[in-house]
Design a protein around this ligand. Structure first.
Ligand code: ADP
Length: 647
């Protein structure tokens, strides 16, 4: 029964754009169709492991191009898994696959056609690219294991028709009714043998199934001695060509593979339309033999840090793709890596559970991790600019490795990059340590919301004054990272926002300590009164040795959470008791000194100490980039103070 359907509105818009404004490079439609066919063959071969009846006898799995220059059609056949009627509706009538869902949302949110074109260029639209070269597309497909076939037809105008159909055997045939070329629109003659050969060689050479083309050739008729007969008589002979070399790219040697081939292969396995940043080759011999070709993508996918992100490498066993996305071949923090792994000694019908515990898989995983980390280290040393680009995209994921990685944790740590008080350039821990003065024993850092917020923190004043470098940890995940990154090169990592910090030499220390203790005595009354007033928020008010120009700052006790981590945890739990902090006052600051003198003269009430305590606490809260506990009150106190000041 024939039925007419409408494309989804977004699909229609995409189609319209594709056809009218998009690609100058129209020939890529063939790559997309071949890529789909190759996937469909992979899927059939995989399903046939457990359901051998799906494939008929010794029929070779293949892709066939069938051009007809008179009718001006090109048909791409495959004998892959095919599609049921429902699958046709779901896969071809809608844009529902994972990568495009985000695209769809963005399409809905965009008005500018330019932006749209850029978006689509970034995502690609697979099958629909046929409409760049065809004004009518007919797809006939039969799902392996089913009797009936389905016919789908559309002119790319927003509607499509579905019908029942007949097809010999399973698989899919897609017939394009090619547009007439006006000679100037980038449309080659896609029924031409040489054109097809060129396109396949260029984009699809690595496909592991034969891409066949039957061509008819006029051959001279030969006589008994093998010479052309007199009169130049000819006959038509059919030749069956295979257009691709079929050699899996990961089995070739690295030096023989051209960059363009590598890019096409990456595109095929990743469905990512931008170029990869870096390939990672690995051929392991010995007890467990395996080969891998991995890629660091050019940019991070939008959902890399979402819980639902599906990592995964393709896993082949003796040329059969047995898993499209195996999450067990790499640890989670390397989930951004794409690629192919082929192992020779795994069973074909290996299950997810089996994979997790298989000794060979464990060995492969270890080998892959080492290779990826080493490649990244090399990149960092040889091409620092490129490494920074990598770090910008994937650094956050790598940081998770500090906690997650068991075997090569040190190598992960060597790859980390940090903002620093020493300048705009990022630094490694090794470089930081190499710059440490001899008597500095710890690695100092401060966490915060942004570089600006951290750089302005009062906690750093003494460090600036002494010229001691401090790492700025301004990424929310840094908080979690420093929970497990407590030491590097035998030096403790120490937050300058926590505990009592003393940057002086031992002699100085003793002297300072004495001085501070003496001062504490003179300040004792005031400190106590302030503490009492602020008790709900502050567990101690004390004098500070870390401030030079600010009157006050907040610090945590040695084992407290930092305010950022606290915020992070509170978000997760939806609130909870806040930790009380320590308020440190700068005894050398004019405000603090005057306050004390007035306090001595007039007493707590006379000087309105509670107001100043609130103001200093508010000041210190803002200075570390946290939110005020009671902003309304703080504001009215500031106004009151200004009024007083102006008399
Ligand atoms: P993509 O290939 O990137 O998923 P397409 O729009 O090219 O996007 O294809 C959509 C879906 O249609 C595919 O994911 C696949 O499920 C199905 N499909 C396309 N071509 C074929 C084919 N030759 N055989 C079987 N299924 C196909």
């Amino acid at each position: 029964m024939s039925e007419t359907y409408e494309f989804q509105a977004e699909t229609q818009r995409l189609l319209h754009l594709m056809i009218h404004s998009l690609y100058t490079n129209k020939e890529i439609f063939l790559r997309e169709l071949i890529s789909n066919s190759s996937d469909a063959l992979d899927r059939l071969r995989f399903e046939a492991i457990t359901q051998p009846e799906l494939v008929s006898g010794d029929e070779p799995l293949e892709i066939r191009l069938d051009p007809d220059s008179e009718k001006r059609t090109l048909t791409v056949h495959d004998n892959g898994i095919g599609m049921s009627r429902e699958e046709v509706i779901a896969n071809i009538g809608t844009i529902a696959k994972s990568g495009t869902r985000e695209l769809m949302e963005k399409v809905q949110a965009t008005d500018s056609e330019d932006q749209l074109a850029a978006l689509i260029g970034q995502f690609g639209v697979g099958f629909y690219s046929s409409f760049m070269v065809a004004d009518r597309v007919i797809l006939v497909t039969r799902r392996a294991g089913e009797e009936m076939a389905t016919r789908w037809e559309s002119a790319g105008d927003g509607r499509y028709e579905l019908d029942e159909a007949e097809r010999d055997g399973h698989g899919t045939s897609i017939t394009l009714h090619l547009k007439e070329s006006d000679g100037d629109d980038g449309l080659d003659d896609f029924t031409e043998e040489w054109t097809l050969k060129r396109i396949v060689k260029r984009y699809s050479d690595f496909v592991t199934y034969p891409i066949r083309l039957e061509v008819e050739r006029e051959k001279p008729v030969l006589d008994d001695e093998g010479k052309p007969v007199e009169g130049g008589e000819t006959k038509t002979e059919t030749e069956d060509l295979v257009l691709n070399s079929m050699k899996p790219i990961w089995t070739r040697s690295e030096g023989d593979v051209e960059e363009a081939e590598l890019k096409e292969f990456y595109r095929h396995i990743s469905h990512d339309w931008s170029d990869p940043m870096l390939p990672v080759w690995l051929k392991a011999e010995g007890r467990f033999e395996y080969q891998a070709l991995l890629f660091v993508p050019g940019s991070a996918p939008f959902d890399l840090y979402y819980v639902g992100f599906e990592p995964g490498l393709q896993l082949y066993v003796r040329r059969v793709l047995i898993m499209e996305r195996s999450a067990d071949l790499l640890p989670r923090y390397l989930r951004f890596i794409k690629g192919v792994v082929e192992a020779s000694d795994l069973p074909l019908n290996v299950s997810r559970e089996l994979l997790q515990h298989n000794r060979q898989v464990v060995a492969i995983r270890k080998g892959l991790v080492r290779k990826v980390l080493d490649t990244l280290r090399k990149l960092r040393d040889d091409e620092p600019e490129k490494y920074l680009a990598f770090w910008k995209e994937f650094g956050r994921a790598l940081k998770e490795g500090v906690d997650e990685e068991r075997d090569y944790r040190d190598r992960v740590i060597e790859l980390l990059m940090f903002e620093t008080s020493e300048g705009e350039e990022l630094t490694t821990l090794a470089a930081y340590v190499s710059r440490m003065p001899e008597d500095q024993e710890e690695i100092f850092y401060l966490t915060g919301e942004s570089r600006e917020a951290v750089a302005a923190s009062p906690h750093l004043e003494a460090f600036h004054a002494k010229g001691i470098e401090v790492l700025y940890l301004v990424d929310p995940v840094d908080e979690l990272m420093v929970q497990s990154l407590t030491e590097y090169d035998d030096k403790k990592l120490r937050s300058v926002g926590k505990g009592a910090i003393d940057l002086s030499s031992d002699d100085e220390k003793e002297e300072m300590q004495k001085e501070l203790e003496e001062k504490e005595k003179t300040f004792e009354g005031m400190l106590e009164a302030m503490q009492k007033h602020l008790d709900e928020h502050v567990k101690q008010v004390r004098l500070s040795g870390r401030l030079t120009s600010s009157p006050a700052c907040l610090v945590g006790a040695e084992h407290d959470y930092s305010p950022q981590l606290e915020k992070l945890l509170m978000k997760g739990k939806g609130g909870g008791a806040k930790q009380r902090r320590i308020l440190e006052l700068n005894p050398d600051h004019a405000i603090v000194q005057t306050l004390r003198t007035r306090f001595e003269e007039k007493g707590e009430e006379g000087v309105a100490l509670d107001k100043y305590a609130d103001l200093l606490f508010g000041y210190a809260t803002l200075a570390e980039g946290s939110e005020l506990v009671d902003p309304v009150r703080f504001n009215s106190q500031v106004v009151e103070l200004m009024e007083q000041g102006l008399g």
